[in-house]
Design a protein around this ligand. Structure first.
Ligand code: TRP
Length: 78
């Protein structure tokens, strides 16, 4: 069990619809900062979890995101 009760076995799946999708991890705790950025090209998939270190995930670019909540699309505004 991690501290703060952040243990969570759920994954989110991000599939890039276009090149240049960024998956950005934001820190857990009193300050919320970017700690990791991953670039995905079209068709690439990232499978990620929320962890002791990661409380939020920001996705920039055109992607499909699957989670327990269902599916949503992120879009770059035109
Ligand atoms: N080392 C990070 C962590 O354990 C890796 C990570 C987990 C991550 N989930 C992420 C990075 C989501 C980017 C986005 O928290």
């Amino acid at each position: 069990m991690e501290k703060n009760g952040t243990q969570n076995n759920d994954y989110i799946i991000i599939k890039a619809v276009d090149d240049g999708v960024s998956v950005i991890g934001l820190t857990r705790g009193s300050d919320t900062k970017f700690h990791h950025s991953e670039k995905l090209d079209k068709g690439e998939v990232m499978i990620a979890q929320f962890t002791e270190h990661t409380s939020a995930i920001k996705i920039r670019g055109n992607a499909r995101i699957l989670s327990n909540f269902g599916e949503i699309e992120s879009e770059i505004k035109k």
